[in-house]
Design a protein around this ligand. Structure first.
Ligand code: OAD
Length: 240
């Protein structure tokens, strides 16, 4: 693996604009399960029953129970060294932006600034009916919207919904002007994010625990855990 990490370090030091794209695997070492690995959420529960707009509208009890469980799961979890290194790399100009499918907010908590949360955030809430902001306590207590009586929900993107326009536009711009896109911890199974690696003219590097069936050809694939690979890369960059 060391040779591959040396190559990544070389790419990083010769790139002027680098974007990092993360998925659920980025937060696994913080104690948050991903979706499609053996211990992932979608092995235990069918996403159609909890992660779609239809689920919210027609089976709110199960929808609510699922997101309460996820929110409770996040409570004891924190960003790991890998998240912190990405924040440091942004500060020192080694990377310019992060686009994430994760709703845990860990990149922002770790101090990254230029973060596009493509699937929203589970830290904010709103009414599904009128869009008024709501708070976490009201969602957890299953209260309805104070304005219109509508159902409360986390500010995340459900299957069947559009991605937040600003986050998507910013990410597209970043990816298109990048010399290097580093993709970390994602199965790249979900549209439209899985199209992003094909939208850059720069080099693409995949850091993932499992090998993917992705149709995209990467310039470099490092099979490993996000935290370990980022730590090793940081060591090499510091020694340069
Ligand atoms: P997945 O669960 O589909 O993929 C996570 C990937 O991370 C897998 O390929 C794992 O092999 C890898 N992985 C696991 N642990 C890792 C580690 N420690 N280091 C590196 N890689 C690791 O998650 P996503 O691709 O993020 O969307 O899923 C995309 C979207 O599908 C999610 O945002 C969510 C989900 O349904 C919505 O709910 C809209």
């Amino acid at each position: 693996m060391d040779n591959l990490i040396n190559k990544l370090a070389l790419y990083l030091s010769s790139s002027s604009v680098t974007t990092v794209l993360t998925g659920a695997g980025m937060s696994v070492e913080s104690g948050i399960p991903d979706f499609r690995s053996k211990s992932g959420w979608w092995r235990k529960i069918d996403p159609r029953t909890v992660a779609t707009i239809e689920a919210l509208e027609t089976n709110y009890d199960l929808f609510h129970e699922f997101y309460c469980a996820r929110i409770r799961g996040f409570q004891e979890c924190y960003p790991h060294k890998g998240h912190h290194l990405l924040a440091e790399w942004e500060q020192t100009g080694l990377i310019q932006a992060i686009a994430t499918q994760n709703v845990d907010g860990f990149h922002l908590v770790a101090g990254s600034k230029n973060v596009s949360e493509l699937h929203g955030s589970i830290r904010n809430f709103r009414c599904n009916g009128c869009g008024s902001p709501a708070n976490k306590a009201d969602f957890l207590s299953k209260h309805t919207c104070v304005n219109c009586g509508g159902k409360l929900r986390p500010n995340i993107v459900l299957f069947g919904e559009m991605l937040p326009e600003q986050a998507w536009d910013t990410t597209l711009r970043n990816i298109q002007m990048s010399d290097l896109v580093i993709i970390i911890g994602t199965s790249l199974e979900v549209y439209p994010v899985n199209e992003l690696p094909s939208m850059t003219n720069g080099k693409t590097v995949l850091i993932n625990k499992d090998l993917l069936d992705s149709y995209h050809q990467f310039d470099l694939i490092i099979q490993g855990n996000a935290k370990e690979v980022l730590e090793k890369t940081d060591e090499i960059m510091r020694a340069k």
